[in-house]
Design a binder for this molecule. Structure first.
Ligand code: ADP
Ligand code: MG
Length: 139
């Protein structure tokens, strides 16, 4: 069993897709074990995306991620990091496979509806960024 961090981004929350997106995870063997809605501050978003701070889209990404609330979640399942990335689809929705969240819901390469950790190591770091140990359901 693995755990990974998922974020339902502002574009999807604004369009009322929270339930549909969580349903996709559940249908694909990913179980939410912690969930919270939060309106990220500028420093929350800058800290979370610090690896991208030299990228040309960093300022725009931070402003997008802070414009309205997001849903942060810990997803648990077999091979959860990779499975979540598969269910999400490619970063650019134009390249995302049929049936993926980004293909179905994303607006464009920036407003692409979901975040997912890209490795088990980053999953642990990102989960700890948002949740304390006692906030995660231990079955
Ligand atoms: P992913 O979310 O698929 O792991 P990245 O880690 O490369 O993608 O990028 C982080 C986020 O930054 C993306 O999900 C998207 O919101 C935004 N982003 C990535 N590339 C671009 C781009 N070329 N233009 C605008 N925003 C981008
Ligand atoms: Mg990434």
């Amino acid at each position: 069993m693995e755990r990974t961090l998922s974020i339902i981004k502002p574009d999807a929350v604004e369009r009322n897709f929270v339930g549909k997106i969580i349903g996709k995870f559940e249908e694909n063997g990913l179980r939410p074990v912690a969930i919270r809605m939060v309106h990220l501050s500028q420093s929350d978003a800058e800290g979370f995306y610090a690896v991208h701070k030299e990228r040309p889209f960093f300022g725009s990404l931070v402003s997008f991620m802070t414009r309205s609330p997001v849903v942060v979640m810990v997803l648990e399942g077999e091979d959860a990091v990779k499975r979540n990335r598969e269910v999400m689809g490619a970063t650019n929705p134009e390249e995302a496979a049929d049936g993926t969240i980004r293909k179905e819901f994303a607006k464009n390469i920036e407003e692409n509806s979901v975040h997912g950790s890209d490795s088990l190591e980053n999953a642990a770091i990102e989960i700890a960024y948002f949740f304390s140990a006692t906030e995660v359901y231990n079955r």
